[in-house]
Design a protein around this ligand. Structure first.
Ligand SMILES: [Zn+2]
Length: 502
């Protein structure tokens, strides 16, 4: 049944949950709280309030879970103390400069195993900072829920006080400050510590204060990361803020994991964009992982990605060993560097419309690219003018028209390209230990920032947020540029499967 403001409905005395979906604003910008009230409409003790950061109330009859777009209070009605007459569910804006008009609407669902009631509260024309959503209350031998949907002037603190939560117990501690007497310093310190402990566990004011600091920390972090960098100074400031306000840094990082993971993925995509990871870049990502301690999956993604890029860079520098195989016949001096079994070859001759496809084995040797299949192909390394890998294809321009403008698809073209590159360089005696200066595909930092923003840090094909790479939409060798409208974000998997598109 759909409830309108003021309407009520019978609620079975069972375990029930009230699920609130939030639209138009992130759930971290709203604080949801529940108050267990006696017949005088006040809490019996401060433990009767539960809000953000608390998993449950003291008697464990109310539990609170929160995602980025919803919150859920689970209430065990049969176990609620007989003293409690009413449970009020409320929401307040974390930023008290805002009002509820910034919330698009809240979708409310009350359910046990079935949906008992639903409702929608819009934020339209609301000028208050707090909202009393509704209340569960005893009615004869049973429970009812009434949708209140009423604004309340004042933030979380005022709301808590309205329900009788004793916020004032903090006053003596802050106001009465006797002049410091050196000889009593030790005992003062001890009593301060016990006060602090007491405050953290008991005082709702302290909890609200702490909550405010946590939000402050998160907005600081978000602001620092917004430029795609985290400086030493910024890190130091975050650390000091946590120490000063006794905040658990790692806990806060966990709560901001979406933001942090996005930042780490951006950093990773950046450092592999030039297909070479320098020591500075490696140090940077190590340092960030050390600092944020992200999930194991991200750490292994970073490791695998960097290893792959470094392997490719190593091959390009000529740091490879020839392999032994009897699958092809080679000349005496010819060395085989790569063998990929059962790969697809796509051939499109220059100025031809049709695309031919074959399956077979690909070899790269010191003298040739060999494709062994029903229709064998050979390209002499000495004839290669240019080559480029893009989206699981290699575009090769060769001196002879017959071998020009063809695409070769291997299992991982970046590796194939690296082997071709090292053979070409070896042929021209250009192999040395210097890093490749081939920067034709260099994407500027500014372009990368813009593209990352435009794609929301997600693969444009599948919306994955992992294994992201900056990708040329039109390959460089086909006239594509390094400008932002020719660059997009693709994940590795989509990059590998895009071979038929161009
Ligand atoms: Zn993808």
């Amino acid at each position: 049944m759909e409830l309108v403001a003021g309407a009520n409905t019978i609620i079975p005395t069972s375990r029930i949950s009230i699920e609130i979906q939030i639209f138009g604003i992130d759930s971290s910008e709203l604080d949801f709280s529940a108050y267990s009230l006696a017949t005088n409409a006040k809490v019996c003790s401060d433990d009767d309030m539960i809000f953000y950061g608390q998993l449950h109330n003291k008697s464990q009859t109310i539990k609170l879970t929160q995602t980025s777009s919803s919150v859920c209070f689970q209430i065990n009605l049969p176990e609620v103390s007989p003293q409690i007459n009413k449970i009020s569910i409320c929401a307040t804006l974390a930023n008290e400069q805002q009002d509820f008009s910034s919330v698009n609407y809240l979708n409310i669902k009350i359910k046990n195993s079935n949906i008992i009631a639903t409702s929608k509260i819009t934020g339209q024309n609301r000028s208050e900072v707090a909202l009393i959503i509704g209340e569960f209350y005893r009615y004869q031998q049973s429970w009812k829920f009434r949708l209140i949907s009423q604004g309340f002037n004042g933030g979380l603190k005022s709301l808590a006080e309205h329900f009788g939560v004793n916020i004032a117990d903090e006053q003596p501690h802050t106001e009465v400050s006797p002049p410091p007497i050196p000889s009593q310093a030790t005992s003062d310190t001890t009593s301060n510590i016990s006060n602090t402990l007491k405050d953290i566990f008991l005082s709702p004011l302290k909890l609200i204060e702490k909550h405010k600091r946590q939000k402050e920390f998160q907005s600081k972090l978000s602001q620092y990361l917004s430029d795609g960098k985290l400086t030493n100074l910024e890190r130091q400031q975050l650390d000091e803020f946590c120490i000063e306000h006794e905040l658990d840094k790692q806990q806060l990082f966990k709560q901001s994991s979406l933001l942090i993971n996005n930042f780490l993925h951006f950093t990773l995509a950046n450092i592999i964009a030039d297909r070479f990871v320098g020591k500075d870049e490696q140090d940077l990502i190590n340092c960030l992982c050390d600092y944020f301690k992200p999930d194991q999956s991200i750490i292994s993604e970073i490791k695998t990605t960097i290893q792959r890029v470094n392997n490719i860079a190593k091959i390009k520098k000529g740091d490879v060993n020839p392999i032994q195989t009897n699958e092809i016949v080679v000349k005496n001096s010819e060395l085989i560097y790569l063998h990929q079994k059962d790969v697809l070859l796509t051939v499109q001759r220059k100025n031809a419309n049709n695309v031919e496809r074959y399956r077979g084995d690909l070899f790269v040797t010191s003298e040739r690219i060999i494709y062994k299949s029903d229709k064998p192909k050979n390209i002499l390394i000495s004839n290669i003018i240019s080559y480029e890998s893009n989206k699981n294809m290699i575009f090769i321009t060769s001196k002879t028209a017959n071998n020009s403008g063809e695409f070769y698809i291997g299992k991982d073209v970046d590796f194939v390209e690296a082997h071709i590159e090292q053979s070409v360089k070896r042929f021209h005696r250009q192999i040395d230990l210097r890093q490749s200066t081939n920067n034709t595909r260099h994407i500027t930092q500014e372009t990368r920032n813009t593209v990352w923003q435009r794609c929301n840090g997600k693969c444009v094909e599948c919306e994955s947020t992992s294994y992201l790479e900056f990708d040329h939409i039109i390959p460089f060798s086909k006239g594509g540029s390094n400008s932002e409208n020719n660059i997009q974000l693709l994940c590795r998997a989509c990059n590998l499967s895009k071979s038929d598109r161009i």
